[in-house]
Design a protein around this ligand. Structure first.
Ligand code: ATP
Ligand code: IP8
Length: 284
């Protein structure tokens, strides 16, 4: 252990020495379609999580991890009609249950990351974000910055959060990824899903669907109609909404790659900057 006081002081000093811009992290989303079975309520894929955690740890990069709701958050948010906000008191228990389910899934993610040797720390969006009409109006991100600077791995997730106009809203992991990537000046963003990237149609339904290698804000209008939602309950709009969010990021010059996180090694390679996998969301 050594001299705790001096060690802590040194760590703080070395994080300050990285300068005002701090560490440029890579923001990684572990999709709910990957870490849970979206066709079975509350079904976590522990083996997949373990493998992904080991991949993340092997990169040695500064990371911010965000995960989606999968079969934990979405079924409850849908059951209690939380997508369009609060209309009656009977929904309040749904807010509590949805948040609790997300905390449970987050617990599995944190455990897996710790198991792989990563110093992961959960940051609860409902305690630091406020939305207005479904968009983040304010979020306190100082803890993300400070933890990153110390070499910790902040881990956040899609959540049910206060909304100034609607009572509550569902903050998707995708909107959160984009917000954090902008505020933390991310080097890049990697989005892990359970398919090979973005296709001309849902590849689970349309066997003829072709992988789209790149999407730019200019292409999007032509493509938008064919890009569908998600399989199973999903209150945040599935693949099409993911791309809409990521295009905003591309406009700020931060590239995102949507990759198949079910294939071993792909997430690690994407984090390390290997091109040519999945779909790049970019701006020319
Ligand atoms: P979560 O929101 O729980 O985190 P996720 O982000 O991992 O989940 P989804 O929102 O479920 O993923 O989106 C991935 C799903 O989108 C795929 O399983 C696929 O079936 C579906 N999909 C629909 N249209 C397309 C498309 N054009 N290209 C690729 N996948 C598509
Ligand atoms: O799965 C949604 O986050 P997403 C979170 O990233 C909840 O869209 C609470 C359903």
């Amino acid at each position: 252990m050594g001299d705790g006081g001096t060690e802590a002081k040194n760590l703080v000093l070395s994080s300050r020495m990285r300068g005002p811009g701090g560490t440029r992290p890579i923001v990684v989303k572990l999709g709910g379609s990957v870490i849970t079975d979206k066709s079975r309520k509350f079904c976590v894929r522990r083996e997949v999580l373990k493998r992904l955690a080991e991949e993340l740890a092997a990169t040695g990069e500064p990371l911010v991890v965000v995960h989606g709701g999968g079969s934990f958050g979405h079924p409850l948010a849908s059951e209690y009609g939380l997508r369009s906000g609060l209309r009656e008191r009977s929904q309040l228990i749904g807010v509590s249950l949805t948040h609790r389910a997300m905390e449970q899934l987050n617990g599995y993610v944190i455990e897996a990351l710790q198991g792989a040797g990563l110093p992961a720390v959960a940051i609860q969006p409902s305690a630091c974000a406020v939305m207005e009409r479904g968009r983040i109006a304010y979020m306190e991100i100082r803890a993300f910055k400070e933890f990153l600077g110390l070499g910790l791995v902040p881990v956040s997730y899609g959540d049910v959060v206060p909304d100034l106009a609607r009572g509550v809203s569902i903050l998707s992991g995708d909107q959160l990824v984009v917000y954090l990537a902008q505020k933390l000046n991310a080097k890049r963003v990697v989005i892990g899903v359970d398919v090979g990237g973005v296709y001309t149609g849902d590849p689970k339904v349309d066997k003829e669907a072709k992988l789209i290698r790149e999407i730019t804000p200019e292409d999007w209008e032509k493509m938008e109609k064919s890009i569908g939602g998600a399989r199973g309950p999903d209150v945040t709009g599935g693949m099409a909404n993911k791309i809409r969010e990521l295009l905003e990021l591309a406009k700020c010059g931060i590239e995102a790659q949507v990759v198949d996180a079910t294939r071993p090694g792909v997430v690690k390679r994407a984090i390390l900057g290997e091109p040519g996998m999945g779909t790049r969301i970019i701006s020319r």
